[in-house]
Write a new protein. Structure first.
Length: 252
């Protein structure tokens, strides 16, 4: 389990989470049809520096060749920013970790570029985000199990008939990007690790319009895609466990 955090560390994560959420708020407005992923990545890097934070992905801890993961359409997660030009209707997932005052916060969201969400794309994006919020709502404070979160996420995604990505899980986050415990997106209530006040975890459901099976063999060595080529979505928040509930750190 995680070591108990100091009040200063928790406050640093609150501040870092607000910075990350601010970057995301502005990113939603910045992204346009015709931009390349590399252009967006460069802009994100500038924003991180402007806010006095550090791009965790580019540190020696991770060694990722970009400031942010930009995953398009069938790409689920961890895609390296490329010269790909965004097209109208692309389903794009952004996943960002920043370090502020030595503490990491982690968040992701999916948007549809250049058009109002509708049909299957709208269903995918809305229900994946809803599953994240259901997972957070399942946290009742100290004593909540990771399985309680997992079961809540799974219930929404199963009900929406979406493919649940089972090979990738949420995780603890704080002094490091990936820490115990694992937080799966499927499971049974009462199972898994018992959480306590002061724990900070990243809950991150990933889903597709088709199969749950994935492909990891890509030239960049990072990208994970849906095996059947179906569209994917990814949402994530860093959450602080409190005595009687949860505090979302990566929202304004």
């Amino acid at each position: 389990m995680q070591a108990l955090k100091t009040d200063a560390q928790i406050q640093a994560m609150r501040e870092g989470g607000r910075i990350l959420a601010t970057i995301y708020r502005d990113l939603r407005q910045f992204v346009k049809v015709g931009q390349t992923e590399v252009e967006i990545d460069r802009w994100v890097g500038e924003q991180i520096k402007k806010h006095g934070a550090e791009a965790t992905y580019k540190t020696s801890e991770v060694g990722f060749p970009g400031n942010i993961c930009i995953s398009v359409n069938e790409q689920i997660v961890h895609s390296v920013p490329s010269d790909y030009v965004l097209e109208e209707g692309d389903v794009v997932s952004f996943d960002l970790v920043i370090t502020y005052k030595g503490m990491k916060t982690d968040s992701a969201f999916t948007m549809i570029v250049g058009e109002e969400p509708r049909g299957a794309k709208k269903h995918l994006v809305q229900m994946t985000e809803r599953s994240l919020m259901a997972g957070i709502d399942a946290i009742k404070g100290s004593g909540t199990h990771t399985g309680d979160i997992a079961a809540a996420v799974q219930s929404v995604l199963d009900g929406a008939k979406l493919g649940i990505i089972r090979e990738l899980v949420g995780h603890g986050v704080g002094t490091e990007m990936h820490m115990p415990p694992e937080v799966p997106n499927w499971g049974k209530k009462g199972s898994g690790v018992k959480l306590q006040a002061g724990d900070t975890i990243a809950i991150e459901p990933m889903a597709t319009l088709g199969s749950e099976k994935v492909i990891t063999e890509h030239e960049d060595g990072w990208t994970i895609s849906s095996k059947d080529g179906s569209l994917a979505a990814h949402f994530e928040h860093t959450v602080l466990i409190t005595e009687d509930g949860a505090e979302i750190l990566t929202q304004l």
